[in-house]
Write a protein that binds this ligand. Sequence first.
Ligand SMILES: NC(=O)C1=CN([C@@H]2O[C@H](COP(=O)(O)OP(=O)(O)OC[C@H]3O[C@@H](n4cnc5c(N)ncnc54)[C@H](OP(=O)(O)O)[C@@H]3O)[C@@H](O)[C@H]2O)C=CC1
Ligand SMILES: O=C(O)CCC(=O)C(=O)O
Length: 444
Amino acid sequence: MSYVDEVIESVVKKNPGEPEFHQAVREVLESLKPVVDANEEKYRKEALLERLVEPERVIMFRVPWVDDNGNVQVNKGYRVQFNSAIGPYKGGLRFHPSVYLGIIKFLGFEQIFKNSLTGLPIGGGKGGSDFDPKGKSDREVMAFCQSFMTELYRHIGADTDVPAGDIGVGAREIGFMFGQYKRIRDAYEGVLTGKGLTYGGSLVRTQATGYGLLYLTEELLKLNGKELAGKTVAVSGAGNVAIYAIEKAYQLGAKPVTCSDSAGWIYDPEGIDLAALKEIKEVKRARLTEYKNYRPNAEYHEGKGVWSVKADVALPCATQNELQLEDAKQLVANGCFAVCEGANMPTTLEATEYLQENGVIFAPGKAANAGGVATSALEMSQNSERLSWSFEEVDAKLQGIMVNICHNMADAAKKYGNEGNYVVGANVAGFEKVAEAMLAQGIC
Ligand SMILES: NC(=O)C1=CN([C@@H]2O[C@H](COP(=O)(O)OP(=O)(O)OC[C@H]3O[C@@H](n4cnc5c(N)ncnc54)[C@H](OP(=O)(O)O)[C@@H]3O)[C@@H](O)[C@H]2O)C=CC1
Ligand SMILES: O=C(O)CCC(=O)C(=O)O
């Protein structure tokens, strides 16, 4: 059995009941085989892969809070500090009822390579809770966030671990958590990113993941002799990533025609009405059923279905494993030629293989959605120097980072004989720096 297969087998055995974590490890390690084969003796001697797949620290805690009826509620809280070889742990917090340890571990593991790809000094971490902010009052969300931070504060810090948002965690939640950290620690520091602009946030962070996704998509299409302008785009999700992906798609001359939430999806052949979408999701925090009030001619369907629409480019921006083999088949049959992942691991392994085998340009999330965390790292830099950069300056840096990621993953794929396989390219390019740093730092 190869070294890679041995480690995958042991991960499955040692981490039972965590299929998303197994999936993420398998995707990364399988594609690293050429690099691992070339360095097997050294890596085995140092147990490099065994250390890579084991988080440096896992923190799990109780989060008690009182709801608006005076009842005590209890949620689970997590922070997985996965790898600090190249910098302080960095990665978002997810508040969603589906959260359990396996989800946080898969996200933390992905984050190691994504953060490395940005070229910035940030390690990999992730956290969250099974708390569902949907339908809760602002006071309930505040009570939860304050309780969550009352435990988390002792494990994080501007130079140790810097959380940010993810599903269910936006500016409101970050604000409540920042306030509580400051109060307990008596320290005004850049301990979270995605902060509001009045208290240390960075311009462009709100837009960064969606914008970055489109910057990378445009560059990757160019590399493949195609262009984004004039193309029809299918987007899933209706949250932070999806909204700003749609905004930048318009700015780059494309036409986004779909979006979705966990209840249903919209097909608007005239192009998604961005102002309506922002009002429904960012202001009213309402369901997509409301979209018909703004655009009576658009279609609303319950359940899943975004990938059945005819589109040139698909941008999954909702959640893990939302694009499955049957969806991939529909996309290919409808002439889709590029899939770039805005969400983390939205495409199953079988669907990814099918898309690649059918000549679809496929950009994995750890490269395509790295603009969010990259801009978070720019927020950390601004906090450290106690300065704020202009929108244009941060946006230009973001664009430069995404273009670099695109070329680095394409070059790495080519170097290891897998030209055009950007899954291999992104994993190899992200891994090489982390591996070198881990080897240089000894057994730790
Ligand atoms: N925010 C960021 O900077 C970054 C986010 N990502 C990834 O992008 C994805 C989206 O995150 P973000 O936009 O921030 O999150 P949001 O919470 O802002 O939006 C998530 C969207 O996806 C939908 N969704 C979430 N879970 C499910 C589910 N189980 N089934 C169907 N739909 C679902 C939500 O619908 P509903 O409202 O009905 O729940 C919502 O429309 C995630 O995979 C996240 O990890 C990656 C890099 C950075
Ligand atoms: O901005 C960050 O620190 C993290 C963003 C994130 O959660 C992600 O990249 O998946």
